[in-house]
Design a protein around this ligand. Structure first.
Ligand code: HEM
Ligand SMILES: *[C@@H]1O[C@H](CO)[C@@H](O)[C@H](O)[C@H]1NC(C)=O
Ligand SMILES: *[C@@H]1O[C@H](CO)[C@@H](O)[C@H](O)[C@H]1NC(C)=O
Length: 307
């Protein structure tokens, strides 16, 4: 009996499962290579088109993956609308009237399902690949995206409100927020470099430009022109001096006290992150390498997989 094919099969499956649980790495880049080789090129094309149409879309798509991963792992819960059973994350404080790009993700999902002949690629993996392709389309580094995430069927608005860091946090609060996700100081600083692209609403930085002293006064004054003391909550300003390009200007701006958000400037304010910020501002290669590494780390937060 011990040599029957079914016993052998069970043994192989058990060994495979053991190896997979023993290694912390249950995701791998070639997950879809055999079952749908056209998946990744299809996603890349749609992201490139969307970014060509509007550069900011690349920033918005990068942020979607971040806001997915920080709430119970990268499981696409951020995409779920409210149901009778749960209140979704879309209307959580950090997301409502702020997250963008859902239509692009929907378009990608339809195209990928079509080219794969069915729902093969998970939405969580689509968000991870789309984030990478967006960074590349905006001139940033590339990396191998780990794949094989499974999608959640529930979402948790309370968790989104608690776990997505607020722009009003000080450095210890930011460090604690990232630590809760298993991410360290280097991840925090490198990933905050995501603010090298995109925009923020007046309501998220008003207090910083009117009430705080760790800001270049001319920079603050210029921002006050489009972000009044009251009203204009949704008026946009760029997160760094070149919001359409993935570069190190975000870090150069922080060194010059021209960070837009309170949570940006606290990374260069005499604390433990100063060295990393200064280093990235002077060394684009170091930022690129660390950003890529930290995106993989963020993509590994509590993945649901198929075991
Ligand atoms: C460190 C803690 C972080 C805080 C407190 C924070 C906060 C914010 C806030 C307040 C905005 C503006 C939202 C609005 O005005 O509607 C924003 C935008 C953005 N964030 Fe973050 N963020 C953080 C980390 C990250 C990370 C890790 C990434 C990605 C790696 C990221 C990517 C972005 C991008 C690309 C935008 C611009 C989006 C667009 O223009 O549509 N952020 N962030
Ligand atoms: C949602 O998240 C909150 C905060 O983490 C937690 O206390 C609560 O139990 C979660 N709800 C569900 C249904 O999992
Ligand atoms: C400045 O700080 C004060 C005191 O905390 C607060 O009441 C006021 O709303 C702040 N002003 C702006 C423009 O945020």
């Amino acid at each position: 009996m011990a040599s029957s094919p079914s016993f052998f099969f069970v043994l192989v499956v058990m060994v495979f499962a053991l190896v997979n649980t023993a290694s912390s790495q249950s995701l791998y880049p070639t997950f879809y290579q055999r079952v749908c080789p056209q998946a990744l090129p299809t996603i890349k094309k749609i992201v490139e088109d969307a970014v060509q149409k509007e550069r900011r879309m690349g920033a918005s798509l990068l942020r979607l993956h971040f806001h997915d991963c920080f709430v119970n792992g990268c499981d696409a819960s951020v995409l779920l609308d409210d149901t009778a059973n749960f209140v979704g994350e879309k209307n959580a404080l950090p997301n409502a009237n702020s997250l963008r790009g859902f239509e692009v993700i929907d378009r990608i999902k339809s195209a990928v399902d079509k080219v794969c002949g069915g729902p093969i690629v998970s939405c969580a993996d689509i968000l991870a690949i789309t984030a990478r392709d967006s960074v590349v389309a905006l001139g940033g580094p590339t990396w191998m995206v780990q794949l094989g995430r499974r999608d959640s069927t529930t979402a948790n608005q309370t968790a989104a409100n608690i776990d997505i860091p607020s722009p009003f946090l000080d450095l210890p609060g930011l460090i604690a927020s990232f630590k809760k996700q298993g991410l360290g100081l280097r991840d925090l600083v490198a990933l905050s470099g995501g603010h090298t692209v995109g925009f923020a609403r007046c309501v998220t930085f008003r207090n910083h430009i009117y009430n705080e002293t760790n800001i270049d006064p001319r920079f603050a004054l210029a921002l006050q022109g489009s972000c009044p003391r009251s009203g204009g909550d949704n008026n946009l300003s760029p997160l760094d001096s070149s919001p359409a390009r993935f570069d190190v200007n975000y870090f150069k701006d922080l060194v010059g006290k021209r960070g837009l958000l309170h949570s940006d400037q606290v990374l260069f304010n005499g604390g433990s992150a100063d060295g990393l910020v200064k280093g990235y501002s002077l060394n684009p290669g170091a930022f690129s390498a660390d950003f890529a590494k930290s995106m993989v780390n963020m993509g590994n937060i509590k993945p649901l997989n198929w075991q």
